[in-house]
Design a protein around this ligand. Structure first.
Ligand code: 3PG
Length: 315
């Protein structure tokens, strides 16, 4: 029987069309399926291809007795219960690196948006205003940038920022030094929060990083500093962030990721005038989606046609 692949979340259509044309695969053609649609397809699914909005946990695994493979078309696999998958011998992989550049660019876009207040200025322009003096901003050039988490994305941020001639301080327990110019390791995360003008988070969400940026750490930030998170929701304690911004203890923040996604309609974060919000757009570029889709397709072919598991992610 041909493997039945369910592409659950919105992805580049063209790459999956190429898979559809391979005789061995039967790809469900819909894009961004609803929960109900996914659940209807689960009983015959051999593989699921997901982004961050589909959770593969006990419930889905129980509904999918034929499931052999879950591909996270992207990096973070915190939406997959890898222990439960292991127990059912369902393999998991991701597409490492494919959306790194887009994520890094989005973090820098958020920095500039917060510093120059462009999102707020745009909103007033659209409603008929011209509030020039209200939107005086701050330059990015020559600022001290703190990068928490210096893996592939953190390093790309440091490289892409070079044109702004920053002083960069990074912290990562797994990285001691780097050749990237103007970049030195901080002694601790605290040092970054105490001394930097712009702080950007690039760690994965794990037990060690959940709510790592808490009230205490936020209280160490300079009043002129800004915080950016385009990594993962749950790393920054959102209640503490709300209080910090509400009391104007820091200049502002730019957030792309949230503990609960979609961000609830009544979230108090939506009311903060110094907080720029985007709906988990870090990997949402044409280029990244082409790359993650192509890698997912290649991995599906390798797995089902050549019995070769690429980019496995274990529990
Ligand atoms: C990732 O982990 O790959 C990024 O956060 C992007 O997530 P997305 O594919 O759901 O946009």
């Amino acid at each position: 029987m041909k493997p039945f692949i369910v592409v659950c979340d919105g992805m580049d259509k063209s790459v999956f069309e190429t898979l559809q044309s391979v005789q061995e695969f039967d790809v469900h053609p819909e894009r961004k399926l609803t929960q109900d649609q996914i659940q209807e397809l689960l009983p015959k699914a051999s593989a699921l291809v997901i982004r961050s909005s589909t959770e593969v946990k006990d419930k889905y695994l129980e509904l999918a007795p034929e499931l052999k493979y879950v591909i996270r078309a992207g990096a973070g696999t915190d939406n997959i219960d890898k222990v439960a998958c292991g127990k059912k011998d369902v393999k998991v992989s991701n597409t490492p690196g494919a959306n790194n550049n887009s994520a890094a660019e989005h973090a820098i876009a958020l920095m500039l948006t917060v510093l120059r207040k462009t999102a707020f200025a745009n909103a007033t322009m659209k409603s008929g205003g011209w509030d020039k003096s209200k939107y005086t901003g701050t330059e990015l050039a020559n600022k001290k940038v703190g990068i928490v988490g210096f893996g592939q994305i953190g390093k790309i941020v440091a490289k892409r920022l070079q044109g702004f001639e920053p002083e960069i301080l990074f912290y990562d327990p797994f990285c001691e030094s780097t050749d990237i110019p103007n970049c030195t390791k901080a002694n601790s995360v605290d040092e970054i929060f105490e001394t930097c003008d712009i702080i950007t988070i690039h760690t994965p969400l794990m037990d060690e990083t959940r709510n790592m940026v808490n009230k205490d750490l936020l209280s160490k930030m300079k009043p002129t500093a800004i915080l950016v998170n385009a990594a993962r929701g749950g790393i920054v304690d959102e209640e503490a962030l709300y209080e910090t911004l509400k009391e104007e203890k820091i200049r502002g923040a730019g957030f792309d990721v949230f503990a609960t996604e979609p961000l609830p309609e009544d979230s108090n974060l939506r009311s903060l005038p110094s907080l720029v919000l985007t709906p988990h757009l870090g990997a949402s570029t044409e280029e990244a989606q082409l790359r993650v889709g192509q890698m997912a397709v290649d991995q599906l072919k390798e797995f089902f046609l050549n019995d070769n598991l690429l980019n496995e992610v274990k529990a």
